[in-house]
Design a protein around this ligand. Structure first.
Ligand SMILES: Cc1ncc(C[n+]2csc(CCOP(=O)(O)OP(=O)(O)O)c2C)c(N)n1
Length: 387
């Protein structure tokens, strides 16, 4: 771990993202960051206001709040020993919720680990999500994966492989296959700034530049990859411009502006059928810990985090709705109460579900177990039986 807390670095005339003294979103235009609204929820006139109904706008805000409430609960459940691990998504809600809204349910999404809203927006019940957090047998991944590493093929959502970035070529390849088969299906994949240092990111972008599969690569630049700040992740001025090397359309968007994320992702999705891939760099900030195994006090200051507080996507979206007379304090209070109560019910039901039988860990990889695995399974069963 190495980093300068205060160092301001200029590359090609632009301030590099990680800058403890100011939020790049406050100077979005000079950083080529696309926005619909400013910090106060006023239209800035860069991107047009998306054509969403009042119900859709309110639904989008309700999802932001529900996902924040899930993060609050997940954290508490882990700290009280009921969930084994938690990967927070506080402050990052607008990226995946705005982008998911831009895609049709028939499209495929290759998920990262900070994106619960995508599951909910595809109709996955809260109870099923909490069953995944609790590692219960009845959820689609059979309780085998770390909490928040979710997926559900019935909802066209592919769970991530735990090796960051390794699934970017999978999304690219699936999109290419759909194109070859003449399917009208589009693809989206989320990954972080740290994942762009993996070879898979570059292989996928190179392939996409040549073959033009209908895929959007959404890089969530949240300022950090565990302890590595963006200025140690890349010497490029932006992550988006890496697309230029591969002739992949690319742009930067305010990742804390859900309407802007929706607008640029929708355009990229619609263009992808004829023009192929887009690399979107969504500028945001990880407000929480990397995971519950992390301690960010060791590598970043509270002042750095505080700079981002007013840019919270929930605060901005609420201000925007209030300006349009779609929202007020009473609705806000009722929404939080509803979210907490729905989560209470989901937690209660999911926690009561059975855990997987230990021997099921041997299922689903090999049609016939190798002799070594057979031996391990026998040993496990005999040790369990002898207790
Ligand atoms: C190939 C690989 N190397 C290292 C790790 C350990 N690791 C887990 S998350 C993470 C940081 C990833 O950063 P980024 O892609 O920016 O996503 P973020 O966690 O910030 O959302 C690392 C290094 C891993 N899971 N996979």
């Amino acid at each position: 771990m190495a980093k300068s807390m205060s160092g301001k670095k200029k590359t090609a005339g632009k301030t590099v993202q990680h800058d403890a003294s100011s939020c790049p979103l406050s100077d979005a235009q000079s950083h080529n960051i696309r926005q619909v609204m400013d910090v106060e929820g006023n239209l800035v006139g860069d991107l047009p206001e998306p054509d969403l109904s009042a119900d859709q706008l309110i639904g989008l805000y309700e999802m932001l709040v529900l996902v924040r409430a899930i993060d609050d609960r997940g954290w508490t459940l882990q700290r009280s020993g009921r969930v084994e691990f938690w990967i927070p998504h506080r402050g990052l809600e607008a990226v995946h919720i705005g982008a998911t809204l831009a895609y049709d349910d028939k499209d495929w999404i290759f998920l990262g680990y900070r994106h619960p809203g995508t599951m909910l927006m595809r109709g996955v019940p809260l109870r099923q999500m909490f069953a995944q957090f609790f590692g219960r047998a009845g959820e689609p991944l059979k309780g085998r994966r770390l909490p928040t590493l979710m997926g559900d093929r019935r909802a066209n959502i592919v769970p991530m492989t735990t090796q960051v970035g390794s699934y970017i070529p999978h999304a690219c390849g699936a999109a290419w296959a759909a194109k070859i088969k003449g399917h009208d299906t589009k693809f989206l994949t989320f990954f972080g700034d740290g994942s762009t240092s993996r070879g898979e990111f570059h292989s996928a972008l190179n392939f996409a530049g040549v073959h033009k599969p209908p895929v959007v690569f959404l890089c969530e630049n949240n300022g950090w990859a565990v302890t590595t700040p963006t200025e140690l992740q890349t010497a490029s001025a932006t992550f988006a411009e890496k697309g230029d090397a591969y002739a992949v359309r690319n742009l930067r968007v305010d990742g804390n502006d859900p309407l802007a994320v929706y607008a640029v992702t929708k355009e990229a999705r619609d263009l992808s059928a004829d023009e192929g891939a887009t690399l979107i760099e969504a500028i945001t900030y990880r407000m929480g810990y990397h995971t519950t195994s992390d301690n960010p006090d060791l590598y970043r200051t509270p002042e750095e985090v505080a700079v981002w507080e007013p840019w919270c996507p929930l605060i901005r979206m609420r201000k925007y709705l209030e300006k349009r007379d779609f929202w007020d304090d009473a609705k806000e209070e009722a929404l939080w109460a509803r979210c907490k109560s729905d989560i209470d019910t989901a937690v209660k039901e999911a926690e009561a579900m059975p855990l997987p039988e230990p021997a099921t860990m041997f299922d689903d990889t090999f049609e016939e177990l190798t002799w070594m695995l057979e031996e391990q399974k026998r040993q496990l069963l005999s040790e369990l039986g002898s207790k």
